[in-house]
Design a protein around this ligand. Structure first.
Ligand code: ADP
Length: 467
């Protein structure tokens, strides 16, 4: 309801914009055209009048006054006495002779010749008068010593022509306005149609149809781009949701097996208590504690991963001497390596430090060394190196162990992933996930190179400075 309302109002606004712009442009074009036409018509009227006077002057020179009047009669016969008049006056403005003036006399004083002009210099004026619904073009010129020729043209035809243009405009504008609104509305609906498809999809998704996607449509490239961005976003969200479901499934699974085991053992011990000696009880209880510790450890590690990924650890950072930290970690693991008959060596560049969280960095290194020792057979070798390459710190943990096959290289960093080959060893599949989260929280990452049955190299790359 809400969406369709705002959609309508956007379409309405677009329509309004479209018709306003259209109408304004139309009005502007009309005003300019009208102005141009009327000024051309007026200019023509003045030119016509001048030409007439010059022509009559020519008749006067060749044939005298009678030449003028023959021409005048011809013109009046063809145009009508209400369209044109001629007068001859002397220099005092007295009328010597004139054509039919009954209509023109209503112009009164406007007809007065105000001064003598030199030969053929024209005086022209435009006059409007209540009696006439149109303007009149008047003009006079001296055609001889004491002779002035005056004439007037009615501009009725021009006025009629302009009137026609105005009528056309008046009739056309509401039609055009209506047309512009219809076209604008149609265009807006068409443009927004794509959005409606998007809204419908979103509405279906909110009703629970999570598989729904925006279909490809012919509503234009922008809408399709929006649609495909929307779809990509939905895919990402779906992948995240699936990931979350996997994690929950894994947690449930990984917690259930040890809990079932503990419960089973306790139950068996209880039901057969007569036959069992106290030592057996102690063994079962110790086992329960051990399993519980393992579970607690797993839950804590999961919380640590979440915390690290959420960036909470960033608050507890200080300058850490990495060289020392790795030294200490290696010293700690040396006895374990000897116990397993694994050659263990380390080579650390001195004085390398970064900004970080000491206890998390210890766990990162510890997890990697622990894995290297865990997945290497007796007689093998594990080596740890720390060095600086340009402004990056590189920690390499290399082993000659069971290795990781190509398909598994990406998976080992995900929660709970354990390869089949590692099932015989203790572990919960969270170590590398936490290590990677810690490296990322320090703006770095862990990469792995490995050949099956030959060994693996885990590389921790940490930038020494970051923005
Ligand atoms: P865990 O070691 O508890 O199984 P990790 O997250 O530390 O869990 O490691 C995930 C998996 O990656 C291991 O199960 C193992 O298959 C593989 N892996 C990790 N380190 C090594 C290594 N150094 N050599 C061979 N495989 C390894």
């Amino acid at each position: 309801m809400f969406s369709s309302m705002s959609n309508t109002s956007l379409a309405f606004r677009l329509t309004l914009w479209y018709s306003t712009i259209f109408t304004t442009s139309f009005l502007l074009v009309f005003a300019i055209t009208y102005g141009l036409v009327s000024s051309v018509l007026n200019g023509n009227a003045e030119d016509d009048l001048e030409e007439d006077i010059v022509e009559l002057h020519a008749y006067y020179i060749s044939e005298g006054e009678s030449g003028i009047w023959r021409q005048v009669e011809e013109e009046i016969a063809s145009d009508g006495a209400d369209q044109i008049f001629f007068r001859l006056l002397d220099n005092q403005g007295r009328v010597l002779r004139s054509s039919e003036m009954s209509i023109w006399n209503t112009l009164g004083d406007s007809l007065a010749v105000t001064g003598t002009t030199s030969l053929l210099e024209l005086e022209t004026s435009r006059v409007s008068h209540d009696e006439f619904e149109y303007d009149v073009q008047l003009g006079y010129a001296s055609i001889d010593d004491n002779l002035i020729l005056q004439m007037g043209h009615s501009l009725e035809e021009n006025a009629e022509f302009l009137e026609i243009i105005r009528t056309i405009f008046l009739v056309a504008s509401p039609i055009l306005l209506l047309l512009a609104s219809v076209i604008g509305w149609f265009l807006a609906r068409k443009a927004l149609g794509g959005l409606e498809v998007l809204t419908n999809t979103a509405m279906n998704i909110s009703k629970g149809k999570f598989d729904e996607r925006v279909p490809y449509s012919d509503h234009g490239e922008e809408i399709n781009r929006l649609g495909s961005t929307f779809n990509t976003m939905l895919d990402k969200i779906q992948a995240l949701l699936n990931g979350m479901r996997d994690i929950t499934d894994n947690i449930a699974h990984d917690l259930r097996s040890p809990l079932t085991r503990i419960r089973g053992e306790a139950e068996t011990t209880l039901t057969t208590r007569d036959a069992i000696d106290p030592e057996q009880y102690q063994k079962v209880l110790a086992n329960t504690i051990e399993e519980s510790d393992r579970l607690l450890n797993m839950i804590n590690t999961m919380l640590d991963i979440t915390e690290t990924e959420a960036g909470l650890m960033k608050r507890n950072k200080s300058a850490i001497n990495l060289s020392e930290l790795i030294h200490e970690a290696c010293d700690l693991y040396q006895p374990l390596a000897s116990d397993n008959q694994i050659e263990f060596e380390y080579n650390t560049e001195e004085g390398l430090s970064i900004e970080g969280n000491a206890s998390f960095l210890q766990r990162l290194i510890g997890n990697l060394i622990d894995n290297a020792l865990k997945y290497t057979q007796p007689g093998g070798k594990v080596s740890v190196t720390l060095k600086k390459i340009r402004d990056q710190i590189l920690i390499e943990i290399q082993d000659t162990g069971i290795g990781i096959n190509e398909d598994e290289k990406d998976k080992i960093f995900t929660r709970f992933y354990r390869s089949d080959a590692s099932r015989s060893k203790t572990g919960n599949g969270l170590g590398l996930c936490l290590a990677q989260a810690i490296a990322r929280a320090h703006w770095g990452e862990i990469q792995v190179e490995s050949l099956e049955n030959q060994g693996s190299t885990f590389k921790v790359i940490l930038p020494q400075h970051h923005n």
